[in-house]
Design a binder for this molecule. Sequence first.
Ligand code: ZN
Length: 648
Amino acid sequence: MRLSWRVLPIAVTGALLAASSAAAPYTFPLLDTPARIDRACAASVAQAHVMQRRLEAAPADATLLGALDDVAQHLEDVGGPVGLLSAVHPDAAVRRAAQACERRQQAFVSAFLQNTRIHRSLGQVVPGDDIDRRFRDEQLDAFEDAGVALTPTRRLRAQEIARNVGRLGQDFERRILEDSRTVAFFERELDGVPKAVWAGARKDPLGRYRLGLDAPTYQSVFEHATRAATRERMWRAGLAQGGAANLRTLGQIVALRRDEAALHGFASYADFVLRRRMAHDESTVTSFLASVQQAVAQRELADLAELQTAQKEPLQRWDVPYLTERLRRERHGIDQEQFRTYFPPEASLAFVFRLAERLFGVTFEPQPQPLWHQDVRAFAVREGPQGAYLGTLFVDLYPRAGKYNHAAVWGLRNVSTRTGRTPAAALVVNFNRAGLNLDELETLLHEFGHALHGLLSATRYASQGGTNVQLDFVEAPSQMLEDWVYDPKVVALFQEVCATCPPVPDGLLARAFAAREFGKGLRFARQRLFAGYDLALYGRQPGDPMGLWRGMEAGTPLGHVPGTMFPAGFAHIAGGYAAGYYGYLWSLVIAEDLRTAFADDRLSAATGQRYRETVLSQGGQVDAAELLRRFLGRPTDNTAFFRALARP
Ligand SMILES: [Zn+2]
């Protein structure tokens, strides 16, 4: 997922505005030209300064907490939509203006969080209850992390670092987003690749099809091309995305973050940020990753040995997804392509909506409005049919030029029961119009899980709404839902929402689950490597990004392929997941534990409602470990995770 709001440790909307907006469904603001974005941005930042001056003079009592959250809500009103548009708007000029606005807001926030007067008042607030106490403490942490307690010179340096990291992070993402390179293939070179993937592509003067690097195309070639040379060329193009410029940028970001940690007296950026997470410190993460590695190392080698039996030539990295799919086909009769007829995109959306209705009692009603592209739609989320309005979900399903090319959810704005503010989220994916395969249906459920976290949240403060939880917990509610797609009872919901969708044949999902278990050693070893790399990059002995990666990848069974530059496209760690990529594995431990509560019935409304009330609705206003204890009736543990990992 994407954590765009984390750029703003505190969120933005005036209390006056919010109070009147409680009943009316949210509509996306009209920000479709650079001029409109500039104007909205300037007005928003100017108003934020006014709010800041009022806060400086405000009494140091509990009303200060609400006033602080008002600033967060105010900034979010423009910052939320603009953060999304910077990654999805079809017009590059609009995306640029949106990025400029993000930088302006960021500059305001980093200065605001160094305001000593507001910080001092905040420290004097006596909280009325546990929610207020947690909110106050988190805000104090945010001020402290921004450098409020540093000397004036160091404070300016902290602002400068925040500004530069923000700008460099945008450069990094933009180079990936706007990488329009194509790889040219003659038809015969595309043997094995479904025709629908390439038949419509532009041809070059030699009659070769020019294929882009959007997810549906890239993955299809990679998984299906029977010729190794075709797979290799596509794979190499993918691993050149971002280019040498991004390697330089990543190096600068890493150095700046190290400087930032040093300003605060920490030996590494990992030490600086991990103290705010569930994991608390680097040694806990290191030993966790080591235990994962230990659990999968043998299995990784066994997977590789099995893949090697499928071809005479020595195994290469670009052979792995192709051979994995081939063995899944041969051994289990599972071909990801075969699922597309069962899961048309529109029906898939209706399916996840129905799942939310069964589990949580909410419905989704089309809410037509002008949006950033004709493919995008809005849905009002309601409590039961025609019930109270809860929030709005925007859905952007298909690939196009200049659009963010992975899958993510943007939390556009967060709920606040204090001001009657309703939440809104945007789900962005890149699906094949012919239908989804099972992996993509899993992705849809994962992202939908993030959207639900935001939409079903009911927190007092927007700054703690929905996915504003600790970074190493945030993936858990989404990951929990991923394996719902292997449950025939869940997938049978398709027949409730789509009259023309053929039912998935008996036994197919069980075979698909067994097929997915094959290759698990490779998959987890790779995730562990990514997490270990991220941690090392932001650790005490960082090297240059490419040198460090080369060394670490060279230590894996398949080694490093000269000329590839994976870190240049690793947007997570240039952005908000710095020293946080381990969170995907850490959250998965929690997700596996959460699944135990739904083991008997994944459509149980009783368990669903209890989960909604104890976990989703609480967002980040209660400590994650405590939420899990309340829901599970015991402290969370890693038993289910390591059992699943060891499953033959
Ligand atoms: Zn996610």
